[in-house]
Design a protein around this ligand. Sequence first.
Ligand code: ADP
Ligand code: MG
Length: 456
Amino acid sequence: MTDLWTEALRGLQPRLGRETYDLWLRPLELLDADETRVRLRAPSQFMKEWFENHYLAAVLDEMRSRVATPPAIEIEVAIDMGTPSPVEPSVSVPVAPPAPGKPARAPAPAGLADRYRFDTFITGASNELAASAAAAVADEPGQRFNPLLLYGGVGLGKTHLLHAVGHAIHDKHPRLRIVYLSAERFMNEFISAVRYNQFDEFRKRYREDCDVLLIDDVQFIAGRDRTMDEFFHVFNALYEAGKQIMVTADRTPSDMQGMEERLTSRLNWGLVADVKAPDLETRVAILRQKAEQDRIGIPDDVCVYLATLVRSNVRELEGALVRVATFASLKGKPITEAFVREVLGESAEAERRSAPITVEAVQKTVAQFFSVRIADLKGQRRHKGIARPRMIAMYLCRELTGASFPEIGLRFGGKDHSTVINACKRMSSIQQEDPELRATITQLRAQLVGAPLAPR
Ligand code: ADP
Ligand code: MG
């Protein structure tokens, strides 16, 4: 018999994607195999469990497409040599007393939310790479991806994964000192350390007394020179000592304006993984889990309906569920599709009304619509292909943003307020006789008003 295991893996690889495959399947070592049994060795207990929970079923399916009865898969765990601390619990022999000054168990990391753990994180195509990389980091801090940077839009689970890594490392490597904080807090502590002459303590906390550094929203320090400088030194000290660094951000390092080149390049040294908006299936799974956690009675088909209404981000999705559940219990009504429509219809409308539309958003939308550059809208060129879009943009700014004529002028490259007034007058009079222009403006207006949140 040819090697069924290898064949099954080969069949799976295209479906899983290269990264996932390299991360979770390739490290499994084939020890021996016959028709009834395949014996494997996983590098760690965590890798074994992750494989069993996420990929074993798929492997067995692959095998079933080749043989009637797939063999049993047995996985043993290699003795962890490379990890910084021995596996501790469930050892009956008392552990040798710790060396003086070195605690056997570091205190639980401060600032981690208890509910942000791996077992409450739902994976799907949108976040699979990020989640598996985070799990690998948690499993073997400092060994696999260093630094690990997760980036993506708001409310997509980056902070959740960062906390999950903190919890998992603490559970598995209780001796490691884990430091978690937001980049903003890092900056504030740094500033106050400088001001109150406590720089030594600061340095000790982040460079010496730290085995794992978890920093949330690192983009915050971009443009803040002294903080960037300090972070650079912290990064180097930890990195050189083989300590794990993990950060999240709302964009890639190269897109962080004002971030020092040497920091950008370091943030790119390890793995940069993105977190995207979840697909429908994942959104439904997240809703189900949340409903179960909070004991919210919501039928499956209503879950699906809700998940089709709220698409862009998980935080809003959770918020919508909570809102619906709160109203349902207040009114003593069951959660049905109609009920969801009733509740969210109102609040979605209110949200839209309260979300301000910005001058930038108008400029961007108009520029895209006419395929001109924003710089041209702000510039002086009078060519009709540019002057017309510019006037339309000014007109819509006046109508939708609440900005004054002088302010609009300022935001269009420092033009005089009379220019703006003229543009607005002309647009409203031409619209009367030009149905095409009217339609264009209506369409742009709809696009702007319908946008869930104006970009800042
Ligand atoms: P970000 O840091 O990317 O802005 P968060 O990590 O704060 O987003 O996530 C927002 C909310 O959505 C949190 O309550 C988090 O638990 C939840 N969430 C996001 N993604 C998932 C997921 N894949 N599974 C379960 N909950 C999720
Ligand atoms: Mg966050």
